[in-house]
Design a protein around this ligand. Structure first.
Ligand code: 5AD
Ligand code: SF4
Length: 439
């Protein structure tokens, strides 16, 4: 009997990419491939790339370099690359000239075609580059091999129309397209039937979702709140300019919508926000946070902040520190500004010297972390509902899960807890996580 062929996927970047990799894994399973935990032992390797994260290109090209030896030793070995980076012509050109052992290059808009591309490369032994400029009709019904048993990602929309001046996403993921509400609801029902208790609705800007005339993002949440057996709804990511009062009300009305929001602010300086094309001011943002907290007092809030955007003065940066001190985020992802080829900010002349960026970055991280630690310490003694994910990465005796507010919590447990929502009493608050005991 023939041994089944194996695959290995390396994923860089955000949850959208992780979910795209789940889809690719699902399609490969349907084709009869098995997953190989080791990249070196797989027959087919897929690298799903990101163009947003710092140094993502260096890491990607480094990984590609490592595959050369195996390809030379085994011409049947198939190397596939996909994801955001492939939507940029200069990247494709580099791969073709410097990494000729790549067999398939495909993009973010034609993931569904991967099985045909792979079959064709295996039978014809011809390299394929197939990258679409923009997305066509949304393809429904693709399989997914989930990373987690009890929680799932569900794409509700694709692309972004916002054109923040630093960001490559509108060029790599195309214009906004929303899935039909019924397609989403049916997918969630199937996931629930398969043991999923929590869904995270994914999109670059989920709150500009528009499924049909009657269904905006808040409406979708209300409808999903009715799905029997589903316990938790989260979403990622939302833009402050589209955060409606109706969505805030959904937090109050929908018991399954977790009291957590990731609301990227990017900067605390209104002039910098204007140059970033964010379409809100520091005051608008603070007002939104006040409204959210008034409606949902225990909401946890996280954000993204970019340090060293072109033209950022010391006074601008202090506005960011001031905003962080006022909002008191539960956690914040901090980014050093770096140029993305083809974005408007690439042309801005007043780029900030690296040493100044780093110095500001360190100051910001210190402020953010000390607030996170204080906020987490205030949880000690509280009882939190936790969806248990499984054994913690650091120790087999410890279990790990997320509170409703998306805080990571570790506690002693047993295998039968996996997938359950249990009460956990917080015993310690650390900077990035909590410790607790199951009640
Ligand atoms: N430089 C630094 N950070 C960036 N981000 C997006 N583009 C850039 C860039 N050019 C950050 C933003 C976004 C997060 C996913 O990545 O903060 O919200
Ligand atoms: Fe990029 Fe701005 Fe769109 Fe977010 S909203 S994906 S930062 S362009």
């Amino acid at each position: 009997m023939n041994k089944p062929k194996t695959y290995h996927i390396t994923t860089f970047g955000c949850q959208m990419n992780e979910h795209d990799s789940e889809t690719i894994a699902g399609m490969l399973s349907q084709m009869g491939f098995c997953e190989s935990p080791q990249r070196d032992e797989a027959d087919v390797v897929i690298i799903n790339t990101c163009s947003v994260r710092e140094n993502a290109d260096k890491r990607f090209f480094g990984t590609l370099g490592q595959l050369k030896k195996k390809k030379l030793a085994d011409p049947e070995f198939t190397v596939c690359v996909c994801g955001c980076m492939m939507q940029q012509q200069h990247i494709i050109d580099s791969i073709k000239t410097k990494y000729p052992w790549v067999d398939i290059i495909f993009g973010t808009h034609n993931i569904h075609q991967f099985p045909q591309l792979l079959e064709s490369v295996i039978s014809e032994k011809e390299k394929i580059v197939d990258v679409w400029e923009d997305g066509g009709e949304i393809v429904e019904g693709l399989p997914a091999k989930r990373l987690y048993k009890h929680k799932a990602f569900v794409n509700i929309m694709y692309g972004c129309n916002n054109f923040c001046t630093y960001c490559i996403v509108p060029y790599t993921r195309g214009r906004e397209r929303s899935r039909r509400p019924l397609d989403i609801i049916d997918e969630v029902k199937l996931l629930v039937a398969d043991g999923v208790r929590e869904v995270t609705l994914l999109g670059q800007n989920v709150n500009s979702y528009r499924g049909d005339e009657k269904t905006d993002f808040a409406d979708l949440i209300y409808r999903l709140n009715e799905v029997e057996g589903l316990e938790r709804i989260r979403f990622m990511t939302s833009h402050p300019k589209d955060l409606s009062d109706k969505l805030i009300q959904a937090y109050v009305d929908c018991n399954k919508l977790c009291n957590y929001i990731h609301l990227p602010v990017q900067s605390g300086s209104s002039p910098v926000l204007a140059r970033m094309n964010r379409k809100y001011t520091k005051e608008d943002y603070l007002e939104l946070i006040a409204k959210l907290r008034k409606a949902v007092p225990d909401i946890t809030i996280s954000t993204d902040i970019i340090v060293g955007f072109p033209g950022e003065t010391e006074a601008d940066f202090e506005e960011t520190l001031d905003l962080v001190g006022r909002v008191r985020y539960d956690s914040a992802f901090t980014f050093l500004y770096s140029i993305r080829k083809g974005t408007p900010a690439e042309e801005y002349e007043d780029q900030i010297p690296e040493d100044v960026k780093h110095q500001r970055f360190n100051r910001l991280v210190e402020t953010v972390n000390s607030i996170s630690a204080e906020k987490n310490a205030a949880y000690v003694g509280k009882v939190e509902k936790v969806l248990v994910e499984g054994v913690s990465k650091t120790s087999a005796q410890r279990y790990t899960g997320r509170t409703e507010g998306f805080k990571l919590i570790n506690f002693p447990g047993t295998p039968k807890l996996a997938g359950k929502i249990v009460d956990v009493k917080v015993t310690e608050g650390k900077t990035f996580s909590l410790e607790g005991e199951v009640l």
